[in-house]
Design a protein around this ligand. Structure first.
Ligand code: 13P
Length: 341
């Protein structure tokens, strides 16, 4: 495959395909395994991720790339094949999470800043040698209007860090996924989400221009515009789609080849229905697809539950969600396809 940043980015958002976010940190994957009663060890994490990457149908047809965690990019399958090789053999691109997580932002209670810039140039060079051709950095923007969260300072600090990360990635021959996640955990309404997302994306693209990032060789990973989970409101896919596209039209340059959403705590089917509605009101100047963690993996995790005899069922559950989201990326998904399966 071509090594040009623009070609890698285009392949990441190829028609009907999206990204599998399998980059849960050791702490996050432990939380996921706790739910299904599986002890989180290096071997159980390997077994689980190996079954995903060996899901031939899902990987070959609907997954363009896989975001890995530092441990996983170095791990080997039970038969000794590097996991990175399994991904490549399925025609997908290996990627790597490189941020060091969100920490409290000093002097701004309730805001966070994502760490991980120190030594990043050297780490990227190593990840390139290990096979990564794209990377991810997640900034976390919470909403709590009563406490003046997010502050302008938090948005500035986080978008500046994203821009420095993105420029270093491109220097290393790696496509940056820039992820400014406006959380959907709060009690805010959809219009507040719209305003905070807009303010964040304006600052993000300012910072990317200033850092001289090649936008054609980058991918945006945003939240959808949606009411907070604690608001008690469930927006229709049509409203989410209309407001999500409106905010991008106001802020995201058309030089950006693709936008790959996070699922952020939406249910599996909600994440699919919303992505589908977004594409159904196209055409749009960017590809719009998925880069889901939970919305792709909750079903296979439950089906697997740590048992070898459940591997085929888990792979079938993963293949189903991957296919549903692949259709949603084309705007051709229908809710009947869920029940038919
Ligand atoms: P979710 O789809 O579970 O939000 O995870 C995607 C991701 O990679 C967040 O950084």
């Amino acid at each position: 495959m071509s090594e040009r940043l623009e070609d890698i980015a285009a392949a990441m958002v190829a028609d009907g395909k999206g990204i599998l976010a399998a980059d849960e940190s050791s702490g996050t994957i432990k939380k996921r395994f706790d739910v299904i009663g599986v002890e989180s060890t290096a071997d159980s994490r390997r077994d689980y991720r190996e079954l995903l990457f060996r899901s031939a149908d899902a990987m070959r047809n609907h997954i363009s790339g896989v975001i890995l965690y530092d441990e996983t990019i170095r791990q080997k399958a039970v038969d000794g094949t590097p996991l990175v090789e399994l991904i490549r053999a399925a025609g997908a691109i290996p990627g790597i999470k490189v941020d060091a997580g969100a920490k409290p932002l000093v002097n701004y209670p309730g805001d966070t800043i994502t760490e991980g810039l120190d030594g990043l140039r050297e780490r990227l060079a190593e990840y390139y040698k290990l096979g990564a051709r794209f990377a991810k950095w997640r900034a976390v923007i919470d909403i709590d209007t009563a406490s003046n969260v997010p502050s302008a300072a938090a948005i500035n600090a986080n978008t500046h860090a994203l821009a420095r990360y993105a420029a270093l990635c491109q220097e290393a021959g790696i496509v940056p996924i820039v992820e400014p996640e406006v959380l959907m955990d709060g009690s805010h309404d959809i219009d507040t989400c719209f305003e905070v997302t807009k303010a964040t994306l304006i600052k993000l693209y300012d910072a990317l221009y200033e850092a001289r990032v090649n936008l054609e060789g980058s991918i945006l990973k945003p939240n959808m515009v949606i009411a907070g989970k604690k608001s008690g409101t469930k927006n229709s896919p049509e409203e989410v789609a209309e407001k999500t596209i409106r905010v991008f039209r106001q802020t995201v340059p058309t030089a950006v080849p693709g936008i790959a959403f996070l699922s952020g705590g939406q249910s599996d089917e909600e994440a699919t229905a919303n992505l589908n509605a977004i594409n159904a009101i196209g055409p749009h100047p960017w590809k719009l697809t998925f880069s889901y963690g939970r919305a792709l993996q909750a079903a296979p995790q439950k089906a697997w539950s740590g048992k070898g005899e459940n591997v085929a069922a888990a792979q079938a559950a993963f293949a189903h969600r991957a296919r549903m989201n692949g259709l949603a990326a084309l705007g051709t998904w229908k809710s009947e396809f869920e029940t038919a399966a």
